[in-house]
Write a protein that binds this ligand. Structure first.
Ligand SMILES: C[S@@+](CC[C@H](N)C(=O)[O-])C[C@H]1O[C@@H](n2cnc3c(N)ncnc32)[C@H](O)[C@@H]1O
Length: 424
């Protein structure tokens, strides 16, 4: 699989790289377990498998795979499926809940017994949610009063009958994924907005469908994944992590987009119901690009890499506030590269999957800035490959509501992304 080597960043141009079709499609059917909970900007699972095989084909011994931005645990499940140990980190507690749920083994009969108990308890209860729930502005905004009561009864039944640990996480993940269908949230929108015409799903019905699907997903992996490997998933800010020693043979990761705070906004229903925060906006804190204040721009600019400075200078001419946020993003991404370098063993490898964007006609070349960071922090054999983003083949635009559409009047969504690799 040919990649283009990056040594001279001044002539590196992502647009001139030919698409490498080898990274476009997988040869195995995606596991149902990958679909138990919606999550934005997930990896296509086959990519993790192909990357592991790629490095092994290159003679690397891969025992432990790490993902510094593990999201909902696509790389965790795929690594476990291939018998690799795994370490993953994500700042979003909803992400790490899903990732933990997806990377453990369960007994389906026990899941069914627990589910029956939850169902019986929640459907026979007439308890109302406390006044604090009904007075919560966010809950009232998204849910009608009756749904708040029904969801409350369901959640309390899970907490009462399922002991803490992986089984409880399993049901909480299911609960989390029915919140949007049970609310007024515009279906499939990536922006938090109300659909005034929507008839929200009934919690117990939605939960029934959800849990049955999850148990089917568990049964599907029973024969193909032995879950003997060690999987550790931490809910942390990567940038604040103290890395005592390097431990990963391979890091496979995909950093958040420039506006990564959106991940927090998108999970506000789960974050509030699961008690992670009262104010979902606090989940934005610490995400890549949010660590510094705009009055620190000057000192950040001084330390930023060449591509970041260049992008900042160009963006400043059209929108200085956007320019500052892009600069902060590139700066944090550079810190993330340094942290990831600490995680990787000497001789170990890294693979980043990242897309580019533009703002008011100015290219925001995330791949180039990342390549620059890899070179600046002494990664060897830095290479890049271009792949087509498969789900955007049929729906390459976004409409004004942020939904994917095949209608060409919508905003064009980027159809390609880049895989950057390197070695420590
Ligand atoms: C593109 S998503 C990763 C998706 C993942 N590959 C998957 O398949 O689900 C990027 C992730 O970075 C996380 N993130 C943003 N800032 C972070 C930080 N400072 N430390 C750790 N994770 C962070 C976000 O919560 C988000 O889940």
């Amino acid at each position: 699989m040919k990649m283009q080597a990056v040594t001279d960043i001044s002539i590196f141009d992502c647009n001139r790289i030919a698409e490498n079709t080898l990274w476009n499609l997988g040869d195995q059917k995606e596991l149902l377990l990958h679909r138990i909970h919606a999550y934005p900007a997930k990896f296509p699972p086959f990519l993790v498998q192909k990357l592991i095989e790629y490095f092994e084909g290159d003679g690397k011994e891969i025992r432990l795979v790490a993902d510094a931005f593990c999201g909902c645990g696509t790389s965790a499940l795929e690594s476990a499926r291939l018998g690799k140990n795994f370490w993953g980190c994500d700042i979003n507690p909803v992400a790490t809940l899903i990732a933990k749920t997806k990377s453990r083994a369960y007994r389906p009969t026990y899941l069914r017994t627990l589910y029956k108990t939850i169902q019986t308890s929640a459907s026979s209860s007439i308890v109302r949610a406390p006044e604090s729930y009904h007075q919560n502005q966010r809950l009232n905004y998204w849910f009608d009063a009756d749904t708040i009561d029904r969801l409350f009864r369901l959640l309390r039944s899970i907490e009462k009958f399922v002991p803490e640990g992986k089984y409880r996480n399993f049901f909480l993940t299911g609960f989390s994924n029915i919140l949007k269908p049970c609310s007024r949230w515009l279906t499939k929108s990536i922006k938090p907005q109300i659909d005034p015409k929507k008839v929200p799903a009934i919690p117990l019905d939605a939960f029934d469908k959800q849990i049955k699907m999850m148990i089917k997903a568990v049964e599907q992996v029973q024969s193909s994944v032995d879950f003997q490997s060690r999987v550790e998933i931490v809910n942390r800010n990567l940038l604040n992590l103290r890395v005592q020693h390097s431990f990963a043979d391979l890091v496979i990761t995909s950093p958040p987009y420039v506006t990564s705070y959106e991940y927090a906004d998108l999970h506000q229903l789960s974050a509030i119901w699961l008690g992670y925060t009262d104010d979902y906006r606090s989940l934005r804190k610490g995400t890549i690009g949010s660590e510094h204040h705009s009055d620190e721009t000057e000192s950040i600019y001084e330390q930023a890499n060449r591509v970041a400075k260049d992008t900042y200078d160009k963006l400043c001419k059209v929108d200085s506030s956007k320019a500052k946020s892009v600069l902060r993003y590139f700066y944090d991404l550079d810190l993330a590269v340094q942290r990831i370098r600490q995680i990787v063993k000497i001789g170990g490898s890294v693979a980043f999957v990242i897309g580019n964007t533009s703002y008011k006609g100015i290219p925001v070349d995330n791949a180039k800035s990342l390549a620059q960071s890899l070179l600046d922090h002494n990664f060897k054999k830095v290479q890049v490959s271009k792949r087509k983003i498969s789900y955007k083949i049929l729906t390459p635009y976004r409409n004004q509501l942020g939904q994917f559409t095949s209608h060409s009047r919508g905003r064009k969504v980027y159809s390609h992304e880049y895989i950057l690799t390197g070695e420590k």
